[in-house]
Design a protein around this ligand. Structure first.
Ligand code: C5P
Length: 393
C-alpha cells in the first residue's frame, strides 16, 4: 500500500494542531495533501498547512483552476487514506447524511480509500445522543473513529471531546500500512542509554534518546514481527504494541536480553550500552572534600558479543556510533563481535545521530556496504528492516 493521505481539517479550535498532524504523518513516510473546510480556515492558516504539507491546500469545490489540476474526483482516487482531524460535529453529521456541499464531504463520498475520523468538540456536544448515533452509524459503514481524549477544553469545560494527540492519530493511521514481511518472526531490540550509578545521586550515562531504537521497534511491528524491547534511559514515547522490559544499568540490560533471547529470530542491539561502570557504588552521596576525585571503572559485559556467541544465535545486528575513521572501525566491530551486520552512524554530525530526528547510516554486512541516505529516523528504520528482511529472512 502506498502512503498517500488526505488530511481533512474542519472547524474546531483543535485545527491549530493540524500542521503537527501533517508532520507526524510525513514521519511515517506519507505524502500528505490537506483539504481545509471553511470552518477549519477560522482556526488555522492555509499558509501553515501549505508549508508543512509542501502541497497546495485544497479548499474549494468550485475553484475551476484547482479542478483543472486536481479536481475532487482525482483527489478522491489519489488517496489511500482520508483522515478528518479535527472532525467537527457538523462535518460528522454531513458524512452521516452523505452530503456533498463542500470539497471535503464530496471527496469522502467519491473515495474508495479508508476513512478515519477524529472527533473534536465541546464535551456536551460529544455526549449528545445525536453525536453518539452519528458515530455509531459511521462505524457501521467502516469508518474508523479515533476516540477523543478527556481533559480541560478550550471553552473551559472538562470532559471527553479533546482531539486525540497528533502522535496517536499518526499511530492509528500507521496501522493501516502494516505489511507481513516479518510475519511469524520474533524480534528483540535494545533501546536507549544505560545508567551506571556512582552514588545515590550521580551516574554515568550518554546522550542516547532512544529515537532510533523506537523507530526500529515501530518498523518491526509494522512488518508483523512479535517485538520485545529492552529499554534503558529514553526520552521518546514507548511503542505500545511491543512487549517491554525496562532496565537501568548495562548489567540489568545484559540479564534481560539473556533471559529473553532464546526464541528470537532477530536481535537488534541499538542501545548505547556503557562500556564501563564504577567499580564500587558509594552507598552515600560522595562529599566534596578534596580537589581531586577518582572514580575507578570496570568493564561491562558486551551484550551483543555474548548473544553472537550463543549456539543457536538469532540474526544479530549491531550499531556503531563513530566519530572518526568510521567505515574501518565499523568493519572491525563486525569481525570482533561476530555479528551479521553493523549499522554505522557518524555521531560527530549533529544533524544526524543522537537526539536528532534524522539519521543517515551505512549498512555493513560481510558481503558489502550499503548507504541509507539521510531521512527521518522512521524512514531509515523502515529501510533497515526491509534490508534485514531481504538479506537474512
Ligand atoms: O563496541 P561498541 O560499544 O562501539 O559497539 C556498539 C554495539 O555494541 C552496539 O550495537 C551496542 O548496542 C553493543 N554493545 C553491547 N554491550 C556493550 C557495549 C556495546 O551490546 N557493553
Amino acid at each position: 500500500m502506498n502512503k498517500r493521505i488526505i488530511l481533512g481539517v474542519s472547524g474546531s479550535i483543535a485545527a491549530y494542531k493540524s500542521p503537527d498532524i501533517v508532520r507526524r504523518l510525513q514521519d511515517l513516510g506519507a505524502e500528505v495533501r490537506v483539504i481545509l473546510t471553511g470552518g477549519g480556515r477560522e482556526f488555522v492558516s492555509e499558509r501553515s498547512l501549505q508549508t508543512v504539507s509542501k502541497n497546495k491546500v485544497h479548499d474549494n469545490l468550485w475553484d475551476s483552476e484547482a479542478e483543472l489540476s486536481m479536481g475532487h474526483i482525482e483527489l478522491a482516487k489519489w488517496a489511500d487514506v482520508v483522515i478528518i482531524a479535527p472532525a467537527s460535529a457538523n462535518t460528522i453529521a454531513k458524512l452521516c447524511h452523505g452530503k456533498a456541499d463542500d470539497l471535503l464531504s464530496t471527496v469522502i463520498l467519491a473515495t474508495s480509500a479508508s476513512v478515519m475520523v477524529a472527533p473534536s468538540m465541546n464535551q456536551q456536544m460529544y455526549a449528545s445522543l445525536a453525536m453518539k448515533d452519528n458515530l455509531e452509524l459511521l462505524q457501521k459503514r467502516g469508518v474508523r473513529i479515533i476516540d477523543p481524549g478527556f481533559g480541560e477544553q478550550a471553552c473551559g469545560d472538562v470532559g471527553e471531546g479533546r482531539l486525540a494527540e497528533p502522535s496517536e492519530i499518526a499511530r492509528q493511521a500507521s496501522e493501516l500500512f502494516q505489511n507481513n514481511a516479518l510475519g511469524g518472526k520474533r524480534v528483540l531490540i535494545t533501546i536507549g542509554g544505560t545508567v551506571e550509578a556512582i552514588d545515590p545521586v550521580r551516574f554515568l550515562s550518554n546522550h542516547s534518546s532512544g529515537k532510533m531504537g523506537m523507530a526500529l521497534a515501530y518498523a518491526s511491528i509494522q512488518a508483523g514481527a512479535e517485538t520485545t524491547l529492552v529499554i534503558g534511559s529514553i526520552s521518546v514515547d514507548v511503542e505500545k504494541r511491543a512487549k517491554t522490559i525496562f532496565v537501568t544499568s548495562a548489567n540489568e540490560m545484559h540479564e534481560a536480553v539473556m533471559a529473553n533471547i532464546h526464541d528470537q529470530d532477530l536481535f537488534i542491539s541499538c542501545a548505547a550500552v556503557a562500556d564501563y561502570r564504577p567499580t564500587k557504588v558509594s552507598p552515600n552521596k560522595i562529599k566534596k572534600d578534596s580537589d581531586k576525585q577518582t572514580i575507578e571503572l570496570v568493564a561491562n559485559k558486551d551484550i551483543l558479543s555474548d548473544v553472537c556467541q550463543l549456539k543457536d544465535k538469532p540474526i544479530c545486528i549491531g550499531f556503531a556510533a563513530e566519530t572518526e575513521n568510521y567505515i574501518n572501525n565499523a568493519n572491525q566491530k563486525l569481525k570482533n563481535k561476530q555479528c551479521d551486520a553493523i549499522i554505522l552512524n557518524d555521531v560527530s554530525n549533529s544533524a544526524i545521530g543522537f537526539k536528532s530526528d534524522d539519521n543517515e547510516v551505512y549498512f555493513i554486512a560481510r558481503d558489502g556496504t550499503d548507504k541509507i541516505n539521510k531521512n527521518s529516523k522512521q524512514i531509515v528504520a523502515e529501510k533497515i528492516i526491509k534490508k534485514i528482511t531481504k538479506e537474512f529472512f
